[in-house]
Design a protein around this ligand. Structure first.
Ligand code: ASP
Length: 339
């Protein structure tokens, strides 16, 4: 029988309804799981729970928490066949984007999941998400960090939270699901990263916090405000551009602000505001001048993965010219060849 490790970091899934609203309560998840007869089915793996103290609302997560998850997986890597990480939905896509950069040479499944309603709620989505994540982790060869929610298993560094209320709360707009779990579970091996050489041991790469910001373009935005954002200690800015990477190119002050910042070694990355699609800065003059001003293409990366990738790159090197080249490479399946 397969043996999986369930790491309970927090989130709605394990929260207890109290007169003051939903609250994380120590031991409550294990109690609720013990009440689920389905978990005793022979199709289900054996499991052990590692519960964090404190159990967090994921809105409070930071790169230190990502590192703890990565290290906890690494310490238990030999003992378990797979890992299911229970996580609040609010920042789950950030964690699932960062972990692939941190868990190098990963050869076993690491699946994040959570729920919109707590496990104890009568209409909860938690039971299905938890059971299916456990089954996928135990029974299929999916050696990458992924996120299971609703009926889809998504690549972790492609996932994004798309709804605050729908039970189908996550999507991966630029990469097809790794698996679907409708009446049948279907795993698409051709979309899954190939297993790394098992002889290579898992290595945890530290991601440290760095001075990054995001800035969304909108008609009439103030260049003065942008100039204030583009000041040290800022190291990199994710510019949320229009369509395929366009911006107000006839606005000389805007272009000048961008040019000055890139000359000062502040890395500016263009990510599209559109849910789906890829940045192509040479499609329009309104994108080309931004490229000429030093803006890098984020291709079809999500904002969550762009943040994770920049934090990773700033953690592993200090040479900005090299970092700019590396940003263009695909490390863990976070971008497609779409240009
Ligand atoms: N605020 C909660 C969290 O992210 C929401 C959830 O779990 O759905 O921890």
């Amino acid at each position: 029988m397969k043996n999986i490790c369930i790491i309970n970091t927090g989130g709605t899934i394990g929260m207890k309804p109290t007169p003051d609203g939903l609250q994380p309560v120590k031991g409550f998840l294990a109690e609720q799981m013990a009440l689920m007869p389905e978990l005793k089915d022979p199709l289900m793996p054996a499991y052990e729970i590692v519960e964090y103290t404190p159990i967090l609302d994921s809105a409070n997560m930071s790169p230190e928490n990502w590192l703890k998850i990565a290290r906890d997986i690494s310490e238990r890597f030999e003992k378990f066949d797979a890992f299911v990480v229970l996580h609040g939905t609010d920042t789950m896509a950030y964690t699932s984007s960062a972990l692939p950069f941190m868990l190098q040479n990963l050869s076993k499944p690491v699946i994040l999941t959570g729920s919109q309603l707590p496990l104890g709620h009568v209409r909860s989505d938690a039971r299905e998400n938890l059971k299916t994540a456990m089954m996928l982790a135990a029974n299929y060869d999916i050696p990458e960090v992924s996120l299971f929610f609703g009926e889809k298993l998504l690549r972790g560094c492609r996932a994004t939270k798309i709804s605050a209320s729908m039970l189908d709360a996550f999507d991966s707009p630029n990469y097809l699901p790794l698996a679907t779990a409708e009446t049948q579970i279907e795993v698409f091996q051709n979309r899954i990263i190939k297993k790394t050489d098992a002889a290579k041991p898992l290595k945890v790469e530290t991601i440290r916090p760095a001075e990054l910001a995001t800035f969304r373009l909108f008609p009439g935005m103030s260049v003065e405000v942008l100039k204030n954002v583009l000041k040290r200690p800022l190291k990199a800015l994710i510019l949320e551009t229009y369509g395929v990477g366009n911006g107000p190119a006839i606005n000389k002050k805007f272009l000048q602000a961008i040019e000055l910042a890139t000359r000062d070694n502040i890395v500016i990355v263009s990510c599209t505001q559109c849910r789906h699609g890829c940045v192509n800065q040479s499609s329009y003059a309104a994108g080309k001048v931004m490229e000429e001003a030093g803006v890098l293409s984020g291709h079809d990366i999500t904002i969550e993965a762009a943040i994770a990738k920049l934090l990773y790159l700033f953690s592993v090197q200090t040479d900005v010219a090299k970092l700019r080249q590396d940003f263009d490479k695909n490390f863990v399946g976070e971008i497609s060849e779409c240009h």
